[in-house]
Write a protein of this length. Structure first.
Length: 171
């Protein structure tokens, strides 16, 4: 059996320490890295085809209980029976301030597309059911059915049209 030189043994220890440090950093980064929902602008601007007065909230609540309450809880606080299992934890749908910042299109997109750990409901609910779910989710927060239209991105300076010159009124 060949003996390992002290220099080679030291190098192995350093490499092992570096690998372990990288693993710990990766786990730490993954655990604390929270990415926000990225919703395309055209999805944000979609309008809900349903009027809140026309939606049967009793039927929609049953869909919510069947598909959403395990994570979001019966009242939407994000405290369902499976909530603690997931990271990130389910959103609190009763947070009026947060819900008022979201357009109907954004909520519809999130329900439709999902994002780990939330599944996509594209194939589980019809398009009409998903739009009705948007109204039901808003009702949990007591939020208005259709918040203000999302702000369009500002026009870059180079694309702006110059203001016309002011006319001199002394003439």
């Amino acid at each position: 059996m060949t003996a390992i030189s002290p220099g080679a043994l030291r190098l192995r220890k350093i490499l092992l320490a570096c690998v372990l440090a990288l693993i710990c950093l990766s786990i730490g980064f993954a655990a604390f890295h929270k990415t926000p929902w990225v919703v395309p602008q055209d999805a944000k601007e979609r309008k809900n085809p349903f009027n809140p007065a026309d939606v049967n909230l009793t039927l929609t609540k049953q869909l919510y209980i069947d598909h959403c309450s395990n994570c979001h809880g019966d009242t939407g606080k994000g405290d369902g029976s499976e909530a603690m299992v997931y990271d990130p934890t389910p959103s609190d749908l009763t947070d009026t301030a947060r819900m008022n910042k979201l357009s109907d299109g954004e909520i519809y997109y999130q329900i439709t597309e999902g994002r780990k750990p939330m599944p996509s409901f594209r194939k589980r609910l019809t398009e009409d059911q998903r739009w009705q779910m948007v109204i039901f989710v808003r009702s949990l927060a007591g939020a208005p059915a259709t918040p203000a239209t999302p702000k369009k991105p500002d026009v870059p300076l180079e694309d702006r049209k110059p203001n016309p010159p002011l006319e001199d009124k002394k003439k």
